[in-house]
Design a protein around this ligand. Structure first.
Ligand code: SAM
Length: 237
């Protein structure tokens, strides 16, 4: 997968050299380039912002550097992190993981002039994506989050691909609690069933815990879970 990230703070992305994303880059699974938006400015101050039309606080990112940047790296699927975007989900991560080329436009200040997004939409798929109902300083952290979610879905990135099917949000539920050694720690014991070696009972326990957790912590997700996917034992519980 090819990924271009455009930002006025390219240094924000040093974490993308680390861990499994770093490995995916060295192995060639991920071809990721970070660009400084100011490369596409033409004045001595390398200006990327100006005052908002209509007044109001803050500054808005000017269209010219953005359009030149997008012309230089595009076309591809353009992701614009924004608090007014569609909330990002695991389903979105799967869709983006299937794309050949992602371009991320990191806004700052009061955001990017809307015409940049409208204009790009005439040439490539554009998604405005929100990380949640709060406001960040800029799109950089959002891009790192999205890249983590997407990269781990790329074939060959995770050592054990089963991790992807047995985790939270893989099938509309939250994962059951997990434990490791020692069996007893600070007076707290690992549930006996997980040490029983009985794979059928363990699977049933995990399923029950997963349903219980989802119902308690995410009633919205539980309500949306298709009844057809409940098995007989689920219904009894
Ligand atoms: N004035 C904008 C508003 O009220 O919708 C907020 C701009 S915010 C200070 C600057 C940039 O941070 C945005 O352009 C976007 O790139 C990023 N950002 C802020 N909150 C975000 C969120 N919840 N999800 C994704 N990106 C966000």
């Amino acid at each position: 997968m090819r990924v271009d990230i455009i930002s006025i703070f390219p240094d924000y992305f040093t974490p993308l050299d680390l861990s499994l994303i770093g490995k995916a880059r060295t192995s060639g699974l991920l071809d990721l380039v970070v660009h400084d938006l100011r490369t596409w400015t033409s004045d001595v101050h390398r200006t990327v912002d100006d005052t908002p039309y209509g007044g109001g606080p803050g500054m808005v990112m000017r269209p010219e550097p953005w359009s030149q940047a997008l012309d230089a790296v595009g076309p591809g699927t353009l992701i614009v992190p924004s608090p007014v975007g569609k909330p990002f989900t695991q389903a979105d991560a799967h869709e983006l993981a299937a794309a050949e080329h992602l371009i991320f436009a990191c806004g700052r200040y009061e955001g990017i002039d809307q015409r940049v997004i409208d204009d790009a939409a005439g040439r490539m798929p554009v998604r405005e994506v929100s990380l949640g109902d709060y406001v960040l300083f800029g799109g950089e952290v959002a891009v790192i989050v999205i890249m983590e979610a997407v990269t781990r879905l790329l074939p060959g990135v995770l050592g054990n691909a089963d991790s992807l099917t047995e985790e939270s949000h893989a099938a509309g539920l939250l994962e059951a609690p997990v434990y490791t050694k020692p069996a007893s720690w600070r007076g707290r014991d690992v549930p006996e069933i997980l040490r029983s070696g009985d794979h059928g009972r363990i699977a049933r326990w995990r399923r029950d815990q997963s349903l219980l957790r989802t119902a308690e912590r995410r009633p919205d997700m539980f309500a949306a879970y298709p009844p057809a996917q409940l098995d007989r034992a689920d219904r009894r519980a």
